[in-house]
Design a protein around this ligand. Structure first.
Ligand code: PXL
Length: 280
């Protein structure tokens, strides 16, 4: 695969921000985003939205950060360090989403700064990571700012009411998501368990683009969606187009799934550190 250019030693790298929750188990959330950021060679920054109580078996609770503290983290980083790409993950509640939307508009996130919105609603075990009434706020306030949105099939069902079962319904879902205002909508096919390949569909209101990869069958897939989004926003921050960045993110997460490992009794994390191998 074509890697992102690495900065020289002592050179200021491209800077990227994740607005996300902490996963105490180290698999998903901001831990996985920052891992991928580091391994692609960008400088990762974070605005923490919530602290989850979590291991490989599930999420047993979370503590949401006050909205003004979330906004404060974004403003502090933008004012000094700068960002050329921003991604959102777990946002916890409507107050936090409103604070992010207000701040984004003030500093140009989603205008000149690439903005990827992953509408995280629940963990893979079904534990809620967003209050149900906050989904409407997320769609209304963040989707119109997004360069690309990246729901999985469960989130697609919650957002559009469409059950994706084949190519035709995947296209219907992409159209319905695009109607909510993002520049591009990606419908990830990874949860279509019957397929032998994993095909993601990207739509900009005119063209449908397919991204196909070998399906990696592993129970250690915690953080897969976050890792796809994290690698994608790094490529966007380097100035790649949305289709080029999604191709990079898809390749990155496929390799990370192939390198996934067990920790704990449940789902282990995808493993972006395949990138450290000399032959990567
Ligand atoms: O993978 C989605 C996700 C995002 N952020 C946090 C999570 C999870 C899934 O468990 O815990 C904090």
């Amino acid at each position: 695969m074509q890697h992102l250019p690495l900065p020289g030693f002592g050179e200021t790298p491209v800077r990227v921000m994740t607005i996300a929750g902490s996963d105490s188990g180290g698999a998903a959330g901001l831990q996985s985003d920052l891992r991928t950021f580091a391994l692609t060679g960008v400088h990762g920054t974070s605005a923490v939205t919530a602290v989850t109580v979590q291991n490989s078996l599930g999420v047993t609770g979370f503590h949401a950060i006050p909205p003004e503290t979330v906004a404060g983290q974004i403003l502090a980083v933008v004012a000094d360090i700068g960002v050329s790409g921003v991604k959102t993950g777990m946002l916890a509640n409507a107050g936090i989403i409103d604070a992010i939307a207000d701040t984004a508009a003030d500093v140009g996130i989603g205008e000149h700064i690439p903005f990827l919105v992953d509408p995280v609603c629940a963990s893979q075990h079904g534990d809620p990571l967003l209050t149900p009434e906050a989904l409407d706020t997320l769609l209304r306030r963040l989707f119109p700012l997004a360069w690309v949105v990246t729901p999985n099939l469960d989130e697609v069902r919650l957002i559009t009411g469409i059950e994706v079962v084949d190519e035709a319904t995947q296209r219907d879902a992409a159209r319905a998501l695009h109607d909510l205002g993002p520049r591009w909508a990606l419908v990830k096919g990874g949860h279509l368990r019957t397929a032998v390949t994993s095909t993601d569909l990207l739509y900009d209101g005119t063209d449908f683009l397919e991204f196909e990869a070998q399906r990696i069958d592993t129970r250690h897939d915690h953080g897969a969606g976050d890792t796809l989004g994290a690698a994608t926003v790094c490529a966007l921050a380097h100035g790649w187009s949305v289709p080029e960045a999604i191709a990079f993110g898809k390749d990155w997460v496929t390799r990370s799934l192939a390198a996934a490992y067990p920790v704990g009794a449940g789902h282990g994390p995808v493993n972006a550190s395949w990138r450290l191998r000399p032959d990567a």
